[in-house]
Design a protein around this ligand. Structure first.
Ligand code: HEM
Length: 285
C-alpha cells in the first residue's frame, strides 16, 4: 500500500469532483489492509442449520477481541514496567472499551433456545471455547494463572506462546512492583516470587491502594491507574457473567462439549478475582 499525503488526497477529490475513487490498479486498497476477502472465507459451518452461522461468527468476533485486548494489556504492562503511569492509561482505556464491544456481542446470541443449539451442538464434538488459547493469554496477563489450563495446547505453537507468557510477570505483578518502587511497603516475598504461580491476595497491596486512593487530586496518577484497572476487571467480569447467562439460557446445567460439568465449572472459574486487592481495599477506604 502506498501512503498518501493530505495534498494528494485533496487533488484526488478535486479530480473526482467530490465522488469516491472507483478505479484501482490491481487490488482494492481496503482489502489490502483489512484482508476482508480472507476473513470472509473463514466461516465454515458444520451443519446446514441457518442459526449456526451466528454462533460461529460471534465466536470468531470474540476471538478477534481477545487478541485485541491482549495487545492492549501488553502495551499497558510495558508502560507500567517502565514506570510510565500516564501513558499506561490509554491502552487500559482502550482495553475496557474493547471489552464493552466484546460483551455487546453476547446480545446477538439471545435468539438461541436449547432446541436451536441442539440442532448443531453434537457436531461441535469436543470443541469448546474453553480451548481458546487467546483467552488464556488474556487471563495470564490479568494474573489469572492456572497452569493446568495450558494442557490442551501441548505440542502446538500456542503452548510455546503460553509458556513464554506464564513466565513473564502479569500486568498485576508489574503494578505491584510499581507500587513498591513508588515507596509503598509491599511484602518482600511478593516482589521476587515465581510469577508462574497465581498471585494470592495480599494485605500489603490492599493497604497500598487504601493510601493511594486517599489523595483524590488530579496529579495522583496512581489513583487514575487504579480506576483504569478496576474498569478492565469490571468489564472482564461482565464477560464472564454474560457467558454464564448464555450457557444457562442455551443448555441449562448439561455437561459441556469441553468435558466439564458446564455451569458448575464456570462458576468455580469465575470465583478467581482479577486484581483482587483493588476490590478488597475498598472495604477499608
Ligand atoms: C451460548 C453459547 C455457548 C455455550 C453454551 C458455551 C458453553 C461453555 C461451557 C459449558 C464451558 C465450560 C467448558 C466445557 O465443558 O465446554 C465454556 C467455556 C468457555 N467458553 Fe463458552 N459457550 C458458549 C459460547 C461461547 C463463545 C461465543 C465464546 C467465545 C469464544 C466462548 C468462550 C469460552 C471460554 C473462553 C471458556 C473458558 C472459560 C473459563 O475457563 O473460565 N463460549 N463454554
Amino acid at each position: 500500500m502506498r501512503p498518501t499525503t493530505a495534498e494528494e488526497r485533496d487533488a484526488r477529490t478535486a479530480l473526482n469532483k467530490g465522488a469516491p475513487t472507483l478505479e484501482f490498479g490491481r487490488r482494492v486498497p481496503y482489502d489490502a489492509y483489512v484482508h476482508a476477502s480472507t476473513l470472509h472465507t473463514l466461516q465454515r459451518t458444520l451443519s446446514s442449520d441457518p442459526g449456526e452461522m451466528s454462533f460461529l461468527m460471534v465466536s470468531q468476533i470474540m476471538e478477534l477481541y481477545f487478541g485485541l485486548i491482549r495487545h492492549e494489556l501488553e502495551q499497558a504492562r510495558e508502560h507500567v514496567r517502565a514506570g510510565e503511569v500516564w501513558p499506561a492509561l490509554a491502552p487500559l482505556k482502550r482495553a475496557a472499551l474493547h471489552l464493552e464491544g466484546l460483551n455487546a456481542a453476547w446480545q446477538t446470541l439471545r435468539w438461541m433456545t436449547p432446541a436451536d443449539f441442539n440442532k448443531f451442538r453434537d457436531l461441535l464434538g469436543e470443541g469448546s471455547g474453553f480451548q481458546s488459547a487467546m483467552y488464556r493469554q488474556v487471563e495470564f496477563l490479568l494474573g489469572l494463572r492456572t497452569k493446568s489450563l495450558m494442557r490442551p495446547f501441548r505440542g502446538t505453537a500456542a503452548y510455546e506462546e503460553l509458556e513464554v507468557a506464564l513466565h513473564r510477570p502479569s500486568l498485576w505483578d508489574e503494578v505491584i512492583a510499581l507500587l513498591a518502587r513508588q515507596g509503598h511497603a509491599i511484602k518482600p516475598g511478593l516482589l521476587d516470587r515465581d510469577v508462574a504461580d497465581e498471585h494470592e491476595t495480599d494485605q500489603s497491596v490492599a493497604d497500598a491502594w487504601v493510601r493511594v486512593y486517599r489523595d483524590t487530586g488530579p496529579e495522583n496518577h496512581l489513583r487514575l491507574l487504579g480506576e483504569a484497572l478496576t474498569e478492565v476487571a469490571d468489564r472482564f467480569g461482565d464477560w464472564r457473567y454474560l457467558h454464564l447467562k448464555a450457557v444457562q439460557r442455551t443448555m441449562g446445567a448439561k455437561s459441556g462439549t469441553g468435558g466439564s460439568n458446564g455451569l458448575a465449572f464456570l462458576q468455580r472459574s469465575m470465583s478467581r478475582p482479577v486484581f483482587p486487592e483493588l476490590w478488597t481495599s475498598r472495604t477499608e477506604m
